[in-house]
Design a binder for this molecule. Structure first.
Ligand code: HEM
Length: 169
């Protein structure tokens, strides 16, 4: 059924775009903006690129939930099985249960980071880059970003387990 293959393809592409985008921000943009010659534009650049990535990030998360639900359905894993406990008989569903818990955590952490902690940090950073409050807010924003990055890597590992039916606890 080509629709299933298309759904898995879109699911993997959305995961690539979301995780790849986070990696680019963390390993390319943020370290570069620590250079003294870029310090004047750093706060505005992080704010503007953060706002643009927010649109891409949430679009990807939406695609992941939609195509993930379809993939689940094709695999005969129904949402009700997580509530009546029958999912435990299916190794893929057990890995998926852990994955969905982490996806829920990612949605909460992303919302706090993208709509509160992140914008607050760039606002304080732009107002007074040397203030203790701005530095604290930037550290907090980085911490949320790193939590999300770590969760994303574990989610992909669980996804590999789902597809190969590797039993998990
Ligand atoms: C942050 C969100 C997510 C990421 C990064 C992610 C990532 C992935 C990746 C990379 C695969 C392919 C694994 C492989 O082929 O070895 C996959 C497969 C899968 N994902 Fe997700 N996923 C996410 C959210 C979800 C959600 C919310 C659901 C369910 C509602 C879901 C259900 C599935 C299913 C059922 C498969 C197996 C597809 C198949 O039949 O081959 N995923 N996921």
């Amino acid at each position: 059924m080509w629709l299933y293959e298309l759904s898995v393809w879109l699911h993997i592409l959305a995961a690539c775009a979301w995780i790849g985008g986070m990696a680019f921000l963390v390993f390319v943009v943020v370290p570069l903006l620590r250079r003294p010659d870029l310090s004047k534009v750093a706060a505005a650049f992080v704010q503007k690129s953060g706002e643009r990535f927010r649109i891409l990030g949430w679009t990807c998360l939406g695609i992941l939930v939609a195509t993930g639900s379809f993939n689940m359905w094709i695999r005969g894993i129904h949402w009700s099985s997580f509530f009546d406990g029958t999912y435990a008989q299916n190794p893929s569903a057990r890995a998926l249960a852990w994955k969905l818990l982490l996806v829920a955590a990612v949605l909460v952490v992303s919302a706090i980071h993208d709509f509160y902690v992140g914008p607050r940090a760039t606002r304080l950073w732009e107002a007074d880059p040397t203030s203790a409050e701005a530095k604290r807010a930037r550290r907090q924003a980085s911490r949320y970003g790193r939590i999300n990055g770590t969760l994303a890597l574990i989610i992909v590992l669980l996804a590999v387990f789902i597809v190969r039916g590797i039993p998990l606890g």
